[in-house]
Design a protein around this ligand. Structure first.
Ligand code: F0G
Length: 456
């Protein structure tokens, strides 16, 4: 069969409220052109994020009923911990309410003024936590990873040559090395098992602990299985274990590849570090057998981790994005190639080359897409990354618009509708104008800043 069907059927539905184009123009104006400020009921297809927005399975909802809410020693924690360790063999699993809480704990230990922390590309909350500690976050992804048109199969790879030079130059100022799989800020592109191992080896050579940001570990493993020579016959859980076996720890947002609506964890091998981390956890999140979660969340995640490594699911998941990318390319729309794991990324810099990067072509595109079809996407470009720690502005490496696909939530007809909206957008694109920022906070401004359209 040619069609890869959704490998599930629908048991509960949630209505979508239909809006008109005229209504949406007024709504986005009232939101000061920031899509984060829209009410979700005013959005028809919400592709703002794949984080916490997936559909849980009937087995997960059943597990929720089993949740044991004991403050200490809950059996739900034991099941959660066993499910994590079955895939990621770390000695200590420290539950947090989401990924950024794990990052905050990690960088309270490893951050601080004068420190520099390399990654393929730091996600915005990772960067935010590092910078808030006074440290600097540095991106060392391979050059192909910054070229939306490059067909490199592992565009999320760390540039091993640059990492070596970086470690030689900064020496003592580097507290740890990180790698994000898949590389969300760089287009949802994977890192190969070979590159994960090479990064780990280099970190070890310089005596630095190596941490993986594993939010989308299962999608990354699927790419390893289907693209890396010698990996095609291996089971996904085996590949996952190999990825994490070379790390000293990980941060995780369970809102992605654990099918959770909330949750996360920090995992570590080092006993002394784990003790410090648990001290921080008790102060900020909760007791170590629930952290930032309820027992029912821990149960949902334990079941979700068993489901996420299913090959039928991953084949369908990755195919959905590849399908949209193929259709957009057929319309002549520049997209990040190859399709990412969790999202489709449109290259707004190339498509709207008449808009200066510091007039935010990605934002212009995202606003237009909402007005046309009620689709909410997210700018990943100079709005998100352009503001420098000293308050100045610099264009980001890429101007992307991300259409993040919630897991198991939208169907094929939604995908076709998205493509139709782009078809209409293609006619408007040459006439779209840029935006300026009228109000912004000092950190992670994209969530709350306000925009105004540039005049003629
Ligand atoms: N690391 C990566 C690579 C992420 O994509 C995210 C979240 C986090 C860490 C933080 O996790 O949200 O649970 O605190 N990414 C979401 C997104 C928000 O839309 O890409 P969190």
């Amino acid at each position: 069969m040619k069609t890869i069907i959704e490998p599930f059927r629908i048991k509960a539905v949630e209505p979508i409220r239909m809006t008109t184009r005229q209504e949406r123009k007024a709504l986005i104006r009232a939101a000061e052109y920031n899509l984060f400020a829209l009410a979700a009921r005013d959005v028809m297809i919400d592709l703002l994020t794949d984080s916490g927005t997936g559909a849980m399975s009937s087995a997960q909802w059943a597990a929720v009923m089993r949740g044991d809410e004991s403050y200490a020693g809950s059996p739900s924690f034991s099941r959660f911990e066993a499910a994590v360790k079955a895939l990621m063999p770390f000695r200590h699993v420290i539950p947090t309410h989401q990924g950024r809480a794990a990052e905050a704990i990690l960088f309270s230990i490893f951050g601080g003024p004068g420190q520099v922390i390399p990654n393929n590309t730091h996600f915005d909350t990772t960067r935010g936590n590092i910078e808030a500690s006074g440290a600097r976050a540095v991106d060392l992804v391979i050059e192909e990873g910054k070229d939306p048109a490059s067909e490199h199969p592992f565009k999320g790879n760390m540039d091993i040559g640059k990492l070596r030079a970086f470690l030689e130059e900064h020496g003592e100022a580097v507290p740890c090395v990180m790698l994000t799989i898949t590389n969300n800020a760089g287009g949802g592109q994977p890192a190969s098992l070979e590159n994960i191992r090479a990064t780990a080896e280099l970190a070890r050579e310089f005596g630095k602990p190596f941490f993986i940001d594993g939010c989308r570990f299962a999608e990354n493993a699927w790419f390893i299985k289907t693209r890396e020579p010698g990996q095609e016959a291996r089971a996904i859980p085996e590949i996952v274990r190999d990825c994490f076996a070379v790390a000293d720890g990980m941060t995780m947002s369970a809102k992605k590849d654990a099918f959770g609506n909330i949750g996360g964890w920090l995992a570590l091998n080092d006993d002394a570090l784990a003790e410090v981390a648990r001290g921080h956890l008790i102060r900020t999140e909760g007791f170590p057998t629930y952290g930032g979660m309820a027992g029912r969340d821990l149960e949902a995640l334990a079941q979700g981790l068993a489901e996420i490594v299913d090959e039928d699911y991953l084949r369908y998941r990755i195919r959905t994005n590849a399908y949209i990318v193929e259709r957009l390319e057929a319309l002549g729309i520049p997209v990040v190639r190859p399709a990412g794991g969790h999202a489709v990324f449109v290259d707004a810099r190339r498509w709207l080359s008449h808009i200066d990067p510091l007039h935010y072509p990605g934002q212009a595109l995202a606003v237009a897409l909402y007005e046309i079809g009620g689709i909410r996407a997210c700018e990943i470009g100079s709005v998100m990354f352009g503001r420098q720690p000293d308050g100045s502005e610099k264009p980001a490496a890429m101007e992307l618009v991300r259409l993040a696909m919630p897991r198991r939530t939208y169907t094929q007809s939604h995908a076709d509708y998205i493509v139709e909206c782009f078809e209409e957008l293609a006619d408007l694109a040459p006439r779209l104008r840029g935006y300026r920022i009228t109000r912004e906070p000092p950190l992670m401004r994209h969530f709350t800043c306000a925009f105004a359209p540039l005049e003629d």
